[in-house]
Design a binder for this molecule. Structure first.
Ligand code: CO8
Length: 258
């Protein structure tokens, strides 16, 4: 598959890297960009040799938001019918681990893309924010819902109602990012984390991601029930037997996603 707005590479075994490549607009996410990201994730989902995906921008920006020029031309019906919600949903539905490597501006829709990742590695130069309020709108791609789940009510309210910018250290302290590293280490560290994760059993990874995300969707009792069902299901997998056998035989497991 060929893309205009992203580059897709395989920098390490079982790791796929999607790089947003629109530096002239600070990687602003036009509808085509979102579609290409969702397409690349669909390819990665179907590829058994991919265990985890890293998504990044460049040194100046992860993504500076929705493409304001594209969005400005759309009225209410245009926004409704733009197809963007469907692309966001495809991204959210990706079953494998998705790790964001964030340098520079991570604003608006860019921050929402980061929030759609499973975990973030941020460079010390990363700047997070939901500045939509300053455009007379609100975050419309999960920003109000995912941010509050990530950082809690008080700080999410402050971010969304003020449009303030948040530096990487604060983002880490607030639970928005998993790790902050020197700016030039964000991508290498994200690839390292992805490679480590991607070595685990694929079915267990998918089940664990789904179960963790269920915590945001269901009451505790239903979430615990879902978790138990996942455990029972995984107990029937070949990889579970392999994991236990490898431990007892003091060797590295060879997982096959079966
Ligand atoms: N969309 C389109 N173009 C952009 C965007 C964007 N989000 N961000 C930057 N660009 C463009 C600039 O227009 C500029 O283009 P040009 O060279 O042709 O003038 C180029 O990228 C470089 O930008 P700057 O010169 O501003 O670069 P700086 O490094 O000085 O600043 C910033 C970078 C801080 C990221 C700054 O560009 C900025 O504030 N960008 C906008 C950030 C923002 O508000 N993001 C939220 C967007 S809104 C959103 O995501 C949700 C939905 C939007 C719906 C809109 C309906 C009207």
């Amino acid at each position: 598959m060929t893309y205009d707005d992203i580059d897709v590479t395989r920098p390490a075994e079982r790791v796929c890297h999607i790089r947003i490549n629109r530096p002239e607009v600070r990687n602003a996410l036009r509808t085509q960009t979102l579609t290409e990201i969702a397409d690349a994730l669909a390819v990665a989902a179907a590829d058994e040799t991919v265990g985890a995906v890293v998504i990044s921008g460049d040194s100046k920006a992860f993504a500076a938001g929705a493409d304001i020029r594209e969005m400005a031309s759309l009225g209410a019906v245009g926004v409704w019918r733009s197809g963007r919600p469907a692309q966001w949903q495809r991204i959210a539905d990706f079953e494998k681990p998705l790790i964001g490597a964030v340098n520079g501006y991570c604003l608006g829709g860019g921050c929402e893309l980061a929030l759609a990742c499973d975990l973030l590695i941020a460079g010390e130069d990363a700047v997070f924010g939901q500045p939509e309020i300053k455009l007379g709108i609100l975050p419309g791609a999960g920003g109000t819902q995912r941010l509050i789940r990530a950082v809690g009510k008080a700080f999410a309210m402050q971010m969304v109602l003020s449009g303030m910018r948040v530096d990487a250290a604060t983002a880490e302290r607030r639970g928005l990012v998993a790790e902050t590293v020197p700016a030039d280490k964000a991508l290498p560290r994200a690839l390292e984390v992805a490679a480590d994760i991607a070595g685990n059993a694929p079915l267990a990874l998918a089940a664990a991601k789904k179960a963790l995300n269920q915590a945001f969707e269901t009451p505790l009792s239903a979430g615990l029930d879902f978790e138990r069902q996942c455990l029972a299901l995984l107990s029937a997998s070949e990889d579970r037997n392999e994991g236990i056998a490898a431990f007892l035989e003091k060797r590295k497991p060879v997982f096959r996603g079966r």
